[in-house]
Design a protein around this ligand. Structure first.
Ligand code: BTN
Length: 266
């Protein structure tokens, strides 16, 4: 791991957001991996932000790797949910909550129509992925077991036109959509504030506000899909994302609710 570099204005981040501890790296394996390490350190004030200009082994869901070049916004937030008033029953809702907060911010950056969430937490614009979210539970003993890592990767000024083949076809970046450069630090501040606001909805059990938001953003509603979960492939038509974060599918066996898995078109 290399020496932390002055990637962002740490004073500003701490003054303008709920973040208490900041680590920035020019290069790191994965900000999530570093945040998981930090989770074991009781002296670190939370929420803690780990940010990197470049990740050498960025990680995605399902053991996949995450591509991001210079210009991407890649960071992880280490939180103690209980200290924020989020009970363990609501932990599974944090990924959708984060996706909603990302959409709040991307909308303000000019991504309007066709911005949405592909359950459980991918953010797409015009059928291309612009942001990935990886929530991890460090597990083990206290204090780590009571903490969560929210990892967010947004393609900002890293044009996907220069990305490896698979990503070039399936991904997009803010700069590809708007044709201009975006200020990553400004985005980060707005996103942390949006996240604090959306977490407040969870905390106050104002779930109807969140449910309304993710239903409006749901890109799968009405689509015929295959859900892969627990080594099974389930065919069904997406009905909605329920208030408890479940994907509701109309299957051959009737209406069923799913809490994890990944979805592809039928
Ligand atoms: C996915 O869509 O599969 C999730 C991608 C999550 C990527 C972010 S980038 C910052 C953080 N560090 C990681 O190693 N992964 C997450």
């Amino acid at each position: 791991m290399k020496t932390p570099a002055p990637l962002i204005d740490v004073v500003r981040i701490r003054a303008a957001t709920f973040v208490q501890h900041v680590e920035t790296y020019d290069e790191v394996e994965s900000t999530n991996t570093r945040a998981v390490e930090l989770a074991r350190d009781v002296s670190v004030a939370l929420p803690a932000l780990v940010m990197a200009r470049k990740q050498t082994s960025g990680r995605g869901r399902g053991g996949k790797s995450w591509w991001s070049a210079e210009g991407a916004l890649t960071f992880s937030l280490l939180i103690a949910p209980s200290a924020m008033g989020i009970g363990s029953a609501d932990w599974p809702l944090l990924s959708l909550t984060t996706a909603v907060a990302v959409c709040d911010v991307l909308r303000a950056e000019g991504l309007l129509a066709k911005l949405g969430i592909k359950w459980p937490n991918d953010v797409f614009f015009q059928d291309r992925k612009v942001c990935g979210i990886l929530i991890e539970s460090p597990g083990g003993s206290a204090p780590a077991k009571d903490r969560l890592v929210i990892g967010i990767g947004i393609n900002v000024n890293n044009s996907c036109q220069n990305a490896p083949d698979g990503i070039r076809m399936l991904g997009t970046a803010l700069c590809d959509v708007t044709g201009r450069q975006h200020d990553p630090q400004e985005l980060l501040v707005r996103l942390l504030c949006a996240l604090a606001e959306r977490i407040q909805h969870l905390r106050s059990h104002d779930i109807s506000e969140l449910t309304r938001a993710w239903r409006q953003l749901d890109l799968l509603a009405g689509k015929q899909v295959v859900l892969e979960a627990d080594n099974q492939a389930i065919d069904g038509k997406c009905v909605e994302i329920a208030h408890d974060g479940a994907l509701v599918l109309e299957t051959a066996l009737g209406r069923r609710r799913y809490y994890s898995g990944s979805v592809r078109p039928a």
